[in-house]
Write a protein that binds this ligand. Structure first.
Ligand SMILES: Nc1nc2c(ncn2[C@@H]2O[C@H](COP(=O)(O)OP(=O)(O)OP(=O)(O)O)[C@@H](O)[C@H]2O)c(=O)[nH]1
Ligand SMILES: [Mg+2]
Length: 224
């Protein structure tokens, strides 16, 4: 019998405009993230960084003792090395999939978002010039992924010139925006765990069938 396996229980899609901090955020959560990018051809807002041309692929593990608890988020490699410490904990393998922010990469974004269980949409709170693009990306994401949990983030809150989440919510015309500093592990983990709690709450409870859930259980069973 051929059993189709996938290496995660949940997939979180990370989107947002050019240079909003997606790649940085995913590397904060998982230093072993694989990223396909190229150097910027000219500085953007004084920074000569790089830009994603295909995807970021990070893997983290969310571990908790009791349902509803916030628990811990750690890079998958770290979990693998310290697995014995988590005997009896509830473990979820999470794929964190980042997309390119440049608008012309829409087709790649559409491929990267397939099978996502939740979405994080990052906006650089210090870059109001990108709000038009943020609105376009938010609209395309809701169009394809409407119905799954989506959190909008006012990123780069460590910057003095960052607008607060309420102002970013107004710019975008959305009800709720959370603040984040994607460079900071505490802030990045907090945001991811909040979304995962929502994702798990949105999933069918045991007894109600879901092919995705069944697949996840099958995979876990094979690992142990
Ligand atoms: N101050 C501050 N800068 C950040 C933060 N996160 C990212 N940056 C900076 O923002 C710039 C863009 O970061 P990336 O992570 O490459 O942004 P991206 O959204 O992946 O960009 P694209 O792939 O081009 O869409 C870099 O210069 C980062 O150092 C943050 O939390 N705080
Ligand atoms: Mg990137």
């Amino acid at each position: 019998m051929i059993v189709e396996l996938r290496p995660y229980d949940y997939k979180i899609y990370v989107t947002g405009p050019f240079q909003s901090g997606k790649t940085t955020f995913i590397h904060t959560l998982d230093p072993n993230t694989v990223s396909v990018e190229r150097p910027l051809s000219e500085p953007y807002r004084g920074e000569m960084g790089s830009t994603t041309t295909a995807f970021d692929l990070g893997r983290v593990v969310w571990a908790y003792k009791n349902p509803g608890a916030t628990g811990l988020l750690m890079p998958a490699k770290e979990y693998q090395e310290e697995k014995d410490q988590y005997d009896g904990w509830i473990i979820h393998r999470v794929e964190v999939r980042g997309a390119p922010g440049q608008l012309h990469f829409r087709t790649i974004r559409e491929v990267m978002m397939v099978n996502a269980h939740g979405v994080l949409m990052l906006v650089d709170a210090s870059d109001p010039g990108k709000i038009g693009e943020a609105c376009a990306i938010l609209a395309e994401t809701k169009d394809k992924l409407g119905g799954i949990p989506l959190t909008v983030l006012a990123n780069k809150q460590d910057r003095q010139d960052a607008a607060d989440p309420e102002a970013v919510a107004e710019w975008l015309g959305v009800e709720k925006v959370h603040g984040m500093t994607g460079k900071d592990i505490v802030s990045a983990s907090d945001v991811m765990i909040r979304l995962l709690l929502e994702v798990v709450g949105a999933r069918p409870r045991s007894g109600e069938s879901s092919s995705a859930q069944d697949e996840a259980v099958t995979y876990t069973a094979h690992l142990e």
